[in-house]
Design a protein around this ligand. Sequence first.
Ligand SMILES: [Zn+2]
Length: 152
Amino acid sequence: MRCPFCGNADTQVKDSRPAEDNVAIRRRRFCPACGGRFTTYERVQLRDLVVIKSTGRREDFDRDKLARSIRIAMQKRPVEADRIDQMISGIVRRLESMGEADIPSKVIGEIVMETLARIDTVAYVRFASVYKNFQAADDFDRFVSELRPTTE
Ligand SMILES: [Zn+2]
């Protein structure tokens, strides 16, 4: 696995352990060239999903991209990293089990919002504000005022 920091092709695995309820293997890696440390995950990929953008453009589904947007929404929220990983895996499994290889980006956004709404209202608002691309502050305020906080 190539080092994401310096591009060195030869990195070492320092630690491997099951993660996310044994659906993934988490590896801690070390780059001897620059001293960088990073983590990789190995997972079963049941099928190749294609995202259909609102413009009609097709794009391979990218789990990392989805995870990134969710982690940004969850930043500094009192939810454990493992729980966030499980949530992301749950979303991906749901997408994979929908029976369609082509999934409109809208559907993905709605599933993410539905999931976030159950877990953390603040993260939900953050994600939704980006996702729905609120441009007028009025819209955003109205959206927030209509939110019903949900707790588990
Ligand atoms: Zn490196």
